[in-house]
Design a protein around this ligand. Structure first.
Ligand SMILES: NC(=O)C1=CN([C@@H]2O[C@H](COP(=O)(O)OP(=O)(O)OC[C@H]3O[C@@H](n4cnc5c(N)ncnc54)[C@H](O)[C@@H]3O)[C@@H](O)[C@H]2O)[C@@H](O)CC1
Ligand SMILES: Nc1ncnc2c1ncn2[C@@H]1O[C@H](COP(=O)(O)OP(=O)(O)O)[C@@H](O)[C@H]1O
Ligand SMILES: [K+]
Length: 532
């Protein structure tokens, strides 16, 4: 797993390196500029050589400083370069000023007010070095420029860019106008303008930032390449700060999923999934099949009497047991071999759902609560929070999250007015602390947090995009995956992270046309690809 930084963490790492004497700020800026130029020619080798024209837009801070380095290096590589500055050269911070002066020895710097649409559309490469991690408020007078960049990116597709006679757009650290911690666009008072720039390629430094993977960030960055700028001092800094870091869930090691060669089925746990009443049973069966495919030794579907026939007609490897109401559940849970419970998919939001949830939680087993098991507590979330325990995972989508945590959802929905804005990471951490269990907040940017503040993002963006997951029932399968992993003995955080990662892998394995039934059926192929 890699870690994602906030702007403050990146500044602290940079500061620690500079204070240790291993590097100067000017050297970091030089390496950042070199990284951007390297990434440009790696992405678009055809831009090298010949009479290529680049336009570099520089801002009033160190992002602009990187821009002046990029301008100089592009010129050294044979490009004709035009530079525009937003702001006052005399007010540039020292390292940016030094690079402004160095560029000025060979080239002109025009004020951004002289930049016209024609300049942008007429060049081969447009470098956005206006704002990076330091942007802390909207920049209304740039809305028209951002709008224009979006046209360049959207109109011609990432893979085409300048090849269709349009410029390739590269953003330094971030497309300007995005909050680097939350990925939100800083708002523009006039809705006819864009809030933030768009890019085909975003080049960041040292490690990716949270905002590359949250909210609108991923949509606007195009593709993110991270360049090393030699911040080795980071190891020291990390010792004191690792708890506050947000992880990006990456490819998991096969050992993580292996089963012991000599284990029998009860070694791998017995998951109990509760079904809704007749006519609403499909969701629970999807979850149960997910739990079995992911390796729980046994999975039982607990069904009310009214749905026994319907469930029996549709189950084979998943076992079936009649469970009527909270009393029935209490009796069944006397069997301690049921070591994971999943409630919510298709359960309904009647009063007995509340009783079932409370009974399940009092049994103190690893438990996944999803869908109706969460919605049922919209009017009284504190009752739920009072009983959730550290072995629980709750898996709300945006709507369910808002019902359980209305105040947190409101903060998250508020536009970014000052930076760093409240992010989905902040929201999920706060929700987990309040709920006292692991919270998995769904979306293309699924965020998972535990009550101690550990947090990770499962990204279905960039080359892991899985838009076909937005299909009825896919969340039920995820709840099943997580309960199957809990039955296998994974900790709640591990089960949520692993389940979410495999869920996206399954969707990508199947591809377009995916429906919820297909998801669990991809697990064998996904496991094989992992080398299991
Ligand atoms: N922190 C680091 O370790 C490194 C930072 N580098 C670069 O430095 C950038 C961060 O630099 P800064 O912290 O100077 O911040 P930025 O250059 O991103 O922007 C901040 C500047 O813009 C001004 N500003 C903010 N909002 C504005 C608005 N709405 N309208 C007009 N002006 C506004 C601020 O007053 C400040 O001068 C990074 O994104 C990266 O490109 C690199 O040089 C590599 C190393
Ligand atoms: N555009 C998308 N890209 C990737 N994953 C998505 C997207 N939209 C939804 N998902 C994922 O699909 C699942 C949908 O779950 P949910 O909303 O609970 O659906 P349902 O209740 O129909 O099962 C979640 O895991 C969510 O993260
Ligand atoms: K930028």
């Amino acid at each position: 797993m890699t870690e994602l930084l906030t702007a403050a963490q990146m500044r602290a790492i940079e500061q620690a390196a500079i204070e240790s004497g291993e590097v100067t700020g000017l050297e970091l800026m030089e390496r950042a500029g070199q990284g951007v130029v390297e990434a440009i020619f790696e992405e678009w080798p055809e831009l090298e050589g010949g009479d290529r024209k680049a336009v570099v837009l520089c801002g009033p801070g160190n992002n602009g400083g990187d821009g002046f380095v990029v301008a100089r290096l592009l010129k050294e590589r044979g490009c004709e370069v035009e530079v525009f500055l937003y702001g006052d050269a005399d007010k540039l911070p020292p390292n940016a000023k030094a690079n402004y002066e160095r560029w000025s020895e060979t080239g002109r710097v025009a004020p951004l007010s002289e930049y016209t649409r024609g300049e942008g559309w007429g060049c081969d490469l447009l470098v956005d070095a206006l704002f990076g991690t330091g942007l802390s408020r909207p920049s209304p007078d740039l809305g028209n420029l951002y709008w224009n960049m979006e046209d360049m990116v959207d109109g011609f597709g990432i893979e085409f860019g300048h090849k269709r006679g349009r410029p390739a757009i590269v953003a330094v650290d971030f497309p300007s106008g995005i909050c680097s911690d939350s990925g939100k666009e800083f708002p523009h008072e006039d809705a006819h303008y864009r809030f933030a720039a768009s890019a085909h390629l975003t080049v960041s430094f040292h490690q990716s930032k949270q905002g590359h993977f949250l909210s609108e960030g991923a949509e606007l960055c195009g593709k993110v390449v991270v360049k090393d700028i030699g911040l080795s001092e980071e190891k020291e800094w990390r010792k004191d700060n690792w708890k506050a870091l947000t992880k990006l869930i990456g490819r998991l090691h096969p050992n993580w999923f292996r089963k012991d060669q000599d284990g029998h089925k009860y070694h791998h746990g017995h998951a109990l999934v509760l079904s809704g009443s007749h006519g609403s049973t499909g969701a629970a069966r999807l979850a149960a099949r997910g739990a079995l495919r992911i390796g729980a030794g046994l999975v039982t579907l607990g069904s009310p009497r009214s749905a026994m026939l319907e469930n029996a007609a549709n189950l084979t490897a998943v076992m079936l047991k009649q469970i009527d109401g909270a009393l029935g559940l209490t009796e069944v849970l006397e069997d301690m071999r049921f070591n994971a419970i999943c409630l919510g998919p298709g359960l309904g939001i009647r009063a007995d759902t509340q009783a079932l949830v409370l009974t399940a939680l009092k049994a103190n087993r690893p438990t996944v609560l999803d869908a109706d098991a969460l919605t049922r507590f919209s009017a009284n979330p504190d009752v739920l929070f009072g009983l959730l325990h550290k072995d629980c995972v709750i898996t709300p989508h945006g709507g369910e999250f808002t019902k359980l945590f209305p105040d947190i959802a409101e903060k998250l929905a508020a536009p970014a007015v000052t930076g760093p804005a409240y992010s989905k990471v902040d929201a999920t951490r706060e929700a987990a602390a309040r709920a006292g269990c692991v919270v998995l907040f769904k979306g293309p940017d699924t965020v998972i947090a535990d009550p101690d503040g550990r947090c990770s993002i499962n990204s279905a963006q960039y080359d892991r995009a899985a838009p076909w997951l937005a299909t009825a029932g896919s969340g039920d399968v995820l709840a099943g995956f997580i309960s199957g992993l809990l039955a296998r003995g994974f900790s709640p955080m591990q089960a949520a992270e692993t389940g979410a990662w495999l869920h996206v892998e399954c969707a990508r394995k199947f591809g377009p046309g995916l429906i919820a039934e297909d998801l669990a059926e991809q697990l064998p192929a996904v496991f094989r690809d992992l080398g299991l």
